[in-house]
Structure formats: C-alpha cells, structure tokens
Design a protein around this ligand. Structure first.
Ligand SMILES: [Zn+2]
Length: 336
C-alpha cells in the first residue's frame, strides 16, 4: 500500500509524526464522505504500528511476519468492529468484547489497534460503553473511528478523539488517481460525478456497473418529465434495494441543475449526467428546483421509517412530471 492517495497525505503525515515521536493519540476520528478513503488511511495507520520495521514515512516493510499476517487478514492485534449486519447498529456487547480484547497485552509485543466502522452506527449504549475505554485507555492501544457523519456521534466520544477530517479532493487530483487505476475520460468523470467527488466510491460504482443503472434511471426521469412515461409505473419500478441510490443520484442531478442554472449555463464542472436533464430543466426556475430538492431530502429522510415507499415515490415522480418543462415540451411537440 505504498501508493497513498495524495488527498489523504496530510492526515497520514499528522499521525506518522506522532508515531515517530512516540506520541500517538489513543483514539483517532477519521471523518469524511463515503468513499473518500477512510478505510485506506486507517489500515495504513494500523499497518505502520504493527509492522516490525516500518520506514519513517509510515510504510509497512511488507516482509516481516506481522506484514504477512496483515496481508492474510489474520493479525491478532488488529481488531475490526462493524455492525453484524450491514446497515444495522453496532451493539453494546460488541463494543464490550472489543474493549476487553484491547485491554489484553498485544500478541506481537507492539501495538493493538481497533478500527470501528462506521462509528455512527454505535447505538447510545455502545457509545457509552466505548467512552470508558476512551477515558482510561490501555498503553499502546489505538482506537480508530471511521465516520461519514461525525455529527451523529456523542459529543463526548468526539471530544476524546484526535479528529482528522478527510476532504474530498479537487476533481483534477481525483481524476488523476482514477486514471492510475485504469479509469479515464468520460467514464471517470461520470463515476466521480455519481460519487459526489469521492474517488474510491467512484471506482467502486464503476466496477459495479452503476453507470448503466443510472443511465436507465436518468432516462426514466427524462421520460416522466416529458410526459412519455407514467410516473406511477416508474415509482413501482424504483421501490426496493436501489431506491436510496436512485434518490441520492436524483438529488445530485437536481443540485447539478441548480449549479448549472446559477452559472447561467456556463460549464460548471463535471456534471455529465445532470447535463442530460438540461432540456428538462431549461424552463424551470431555481426556486422550483430548490423546492424539489427539499422534497427529495424529506423522502431520503424517511427511508427505513416504515412509510409506504410506493406513495412517497409516486408523489415525487408525479410532481417531477408536473414541472413546467413538460408543458413547454408539449407545446413544442404540438407546434410541429
Ligand atoms: Zn513489516
């Protein structure tokens, strides 16, 4: 893991300097958007602490026994805590077990590192249980909390961690990094656009073939707005696993349209997908787009709340269909 993402270097250097001075904090909070590289950085930190002879830049040697265990994912001093089921809470029993394990002397005679991801998944009891360990840490232990939503953590947990915010990189830097991984040109810009600028997320979306899925979703939005498709049918189609992803993408496109309108149509960055909706949005004012953004936010906020999703989606898509672009389109078609 020597090819560190350049936008993570500031955070890496801060912790590496602390390591070299023997002043590692006991707890670190890595906060940043999904896919910005929190996992990459936390593993990098862990490897530097567990490797038998890391260099001064914090690169693990890759040759010692510890590095072998790390590669195999079997190092006994690296603990990772995630929800038992994706999307569910991290429970108090899990945190207790982790803290008990952390308190035991390390197997390799070096550090013990525990990574919690995502930290905001801890329920209140779990977070309170973690507080005890944060207040009375064992020597040579490091807790790394990863979060995309630091505001959802207990303030007392946040304040006991050294905070390392990880920014989304400038697009040029992200595109260069993606090019180094074989993702270039329009495909790279599209993926980065979908990932809200987070490079690792962009790569993941591209590899999952999300581009094709989103093209379809965008085509449906276009068809609904132009009165070519029944919004209720699309609502039925969108329910289920992909709903959150579609709503978030839709939100991003509407945001892109607002930026584009505010820039008076000037090129305002990589908005490959949103630009396809320009014809739809040309006759809509920013105020309506902002109002629609609020509706999308409310719909996203009620995901998983037990609210009837068909009704939520029908409401959104019907309103989308009623955007002024549709009327204009019809007039245009009628005049032919
Ligand atoms: Zn090593």
């Amino acid at each position: 893991m020597t090819d560190m993402a350049p936008w993570l270097e500031a955070g890496r250097d801060t912790l590496n300097r602390a390591r070299l001075k023997g002043r590692m904090p006991h707890a670190v909070l890595l906060s940043g958007a999904e896919g910005v590289g929190k996992r990459l950085l936390s593993e990098r930190i862990a490897h530097a602490l567990l490797c038998e002879s890391p260099n001064d830049d914090g690169d693990a040697c890759g040759r010692c026994a510890a590095c072998g265990w790390l590669r195999a994912g079997t190092h006994p001093d690296l603990l990772t805590l995630e929800p038992e089921e994706a999307g569910k809470a991290i429970k108090v029993d899990q945190v207790r077990a982790l803290c008990a394990d952390l308190a035991i002397t390390s197997h390799g005679g070096r550090y013990k590192v525990a990574i919690l991801r995502p930290a905001e998944a801890m329920n209140v009891n779990a977070a309170n249980s973690l507080l005890k360990t944060l207040e009375e840490p064992t020597a040579n232990t490091l807790l790394v909390l990863e979060t995309a939503a630091p505001g959802r953590l207990l303030a007392t947990v946040r304040s006991r961690c050294q905070q390392i915010p990880l920014p989304v990189p400038p697009p040029a830097q992200a595109l260069q990094w993606l090019a180094g991984r074989g993702l270039e040109g329009d495909a790279a810009r599209l993926a980065l656009d979908m990932a809200a600028g987070a490079p690792l997320k962009a790569l993941e979306l591209h590899e999952q073939g999300a581009g094709a899925e989103l093209e379809e979703c965008l085509g449906q939005l276009q068809a609904v707005a132009e009165g070519r498709t029944d919004p209720l049918a699309v609502a039925g189609d969108w329910q289920g696993d992909g709903e959150a992803f579609r709503l978030r993408s839709w939100r991003q496109w509407v945001q892109g349209l607002i930026r584009w309108k505010l820039a008076s149509g000037a090129d305002s960055g990589p908005l490959e997908l949103a630009q396809k909706l320009q014809s739809v949005a040309e006759s809509v004012d920013c105020k309506s787009l902002y109002a629609f953004l609020d509706r999308l936010d409310r719909a996203l906020g009620t995901l998983g709340s037990g609210l009837n999703r068909q009704l939520v989606l029908e409401d959104l898509l019907t309103r989308w269909a009623a955007m002024p672009a549709r009327r204009q389109k019809r007039v245009t078609q009628g005049s032919r």
